[in-house]
Ligand binder design. Structure first.
Ligand code: ADQ
Length: 470
């Protein structure tokens, strides 16, 4: 039986994620931190994870702290752990594999061993901090084994796991050595949350066919354990983002850009510099638009903001070099004395500046080759002026495409189709832009960030309070 809502609300939330914080700057940093910090604060919660520091000698005793009524417990990573666990298994193995990029996946056994050790070290350090009726919410692919390790420490709390990135299809996951151990570890949790119904389907397909799991409604049983599985698409703080776009720094950016554009149309892309985001294909699609629609030349600009990420991983250095070459070639071929077709910017902007940039642009170009959700697509819509909104061109392979059907949905591998969608977006009549935007905004408001969090926690609260330890 589930606990009464009043009592349930008072249960403490414990979040475990690879990175902890920021707590005080959460509103500025935006995204998930806001939702998690809010829930942690409400319940006097605890946030556990990596401190972000890499040290020669590390302690297994967590650093304890407090910020804004939230307790923090962090561990440093050793140089070897950072290399093999974080850069290695997380970013060179699970990240590409879960984004369907077998060719970029580094299948090193010692990476997985380091991953197991770090997950165990985290669980060991954080288990003593847990109280019997805590709700423990573990986030993302860095910590899949954490639940199993917590159970091994005797933890009987309600344990939930949320995967922010896609769950791969069976044939892809089977290429990973030790995939059976990784999947079995998921059954230590009480609730498994994915971004989309499609991710849930792929998970069920895998466990039903490879692990002999029994599926009944949202319950899946294997390895003697039963978990509840569901799609909980991540949303954004819509009202907060609208405010950013229409005041302060956002408003200033919007004015400045609109002035500079002097009547030209602006396409904007905002992504971490990552090979999953489809940036090279996107640049080429834009070049194709300029090639096949010469009348667009001089009348449109494309601004791609892409701050470098994971610089220590070789595949990221490669994509960076490729994009620099492509941007140079496109500008070299099409630029005029008074017109630069592509502005490629490798720095991060504040969320308020981004909101203003989105609002000033006529087309939001979001074409990942594969993405768990993609919050930029949602932020772009929230920043628009409803009376004269821009058009979202969105990849069918972003989780967001499952909710945002009123966008212009494209296949990012089909450069001809993307170029044509850009041309369609350029000419879309005001009424159609308004209708599409209104529908997209309705969807965003209905399933926002708070709803995502509350829906997941509501299911987690129903987990049996004291389940058998592993
Ligand atoms: P990411 O891969 O980081 O997230 P995304 O969902 O687009 O991708 O979120 C990126 C966030 O960073 C957005 O809030 C965006 O505004 C911000 N950002 C991007 N570029 C920026 C820049 N130049 N300057 C400042 N801010 C910038 C992972 C998964 C996604 C999933 C999210 C949330 O890969 O699929 O949607 O988690 O679950």
């Amino acid at each position: 039986m589930s606990a009464s809502p009043k009592r349930a609300r008072s249960r403490r939330l414990v979040v475990m994620s690879n990175r902890v914080g920021p707590v005080r700057g959460a509103a500025r940093a935006g995204g998930l931190a806001v939702a998690l910090v809010e829930a942690l604060r409400e319940s006097g919660g605890l946030w556990c994870g990596w401190s972000g520091r890499v040290a020669d000698a590390v302690s297994d005793r967590p650093n304890l702290g407090e910020a804004d009524g939230i307790r923090l417990a962090t561990l440093d990573l050793s140089v070897a752990e950072h290399e093999d666990y974080y850069n290695g298994f997380c970013n060179r193995c699970l990240w590409p594999l879960f984004h369907f990029r077998i060719g970029l996946t580094a299948f090193e056994r010692h990476y997985y061993e380091a991953y197991r050790r770090v997950n165990a070290r985290f669980a060991h350090a954080f288990a003593p901090l847990l109280r019997a009726d805590d709700l423990v919410w573990v986030h993302d692919y860095h910590l899949i084994h954490c639940g199993q390790e917590l159970r091994a420490q005797g933890c009987r709390q309600a344990l939930g796991f949320y995967l922010h990135i896609p769950f791969p299809s069976r044939e892809v996951l089977l290429t990973l050595p030790n995939n059976d151990q990784l999947v079995q570890a998921l059954f230590a949790y009480d609730v498994l949350g994915f971004q989309t119904a499609r991710d849930v389907e792929r998970f069920l397909d895998h466990v039903a066919n490879e692990c002999g799991a029994q599926v009944s409604g949202d319950r899946v049983t294997a390895y003697g354990r039963s978990v509840r599985v569901g799609a909980f698409p991540v949303g954004i703080d819509v009202a907060g983002f609208e405010r950013l776009a229409h005041g302060g720094e956002g408003l200033r950016q919007w004015r400045r850009l609109r002035e500079q554009l002097a009547g030209r149309q602006l396409i904007v892309g905002v992504d971490r510099l990552d090979y999953t985001k489809g940036l090279a294909e996107r640049f080429q699609s834009y070049a194709l638009l300029l090639e096949t629609h010469p009348e667009a030349r001089g009348r449109i600009e494309y601004m791609q903001i892409a701050p470098p990420s994971r610089g220590e991983v070789p595949e990221y250095a490669a994509i960076r070099a490729e994009l620099e070459g492509l941007a140079g070639r496109i500008n070299g071929r099409y630029a005029e004395l008074d017109w630069i077709p592509l502005h490629y910017i490798n720095r991060a902007y504040s969320r308020s500046a981004l909101a203003g940039i989105y609002r000033a642009s006529h087309i939001g170009l979001v074409t990942p080759l594969r993405d768990g959700m993609n919050l930029v697509a949602k932020e772009y819509v929230a920043a628009q002026d409803p009376a004269d909104p821009g058009v979202l061109v969105l990849s069918r392979f972003a989780g967001a495409a499952w909710q945002m059907k009123a966008a212009l949905i494209v296949n990012p591998y089909d450069q001809v189709a993307v170029a044509e969608a850009l041309q369609t977006a350029r000419d879309l009549p005001l009424e159609e832009r308004r209708n599409r935007h209104a529908e997209l905004l309705r969807g965003l408001r209905e399933y926002d960030l708070a709803r995502w969090r509350e829906d997941f926690l509501a299911v987690l609260r129903e987990a049996p309070a004291a389940r058998a330890a592993a």
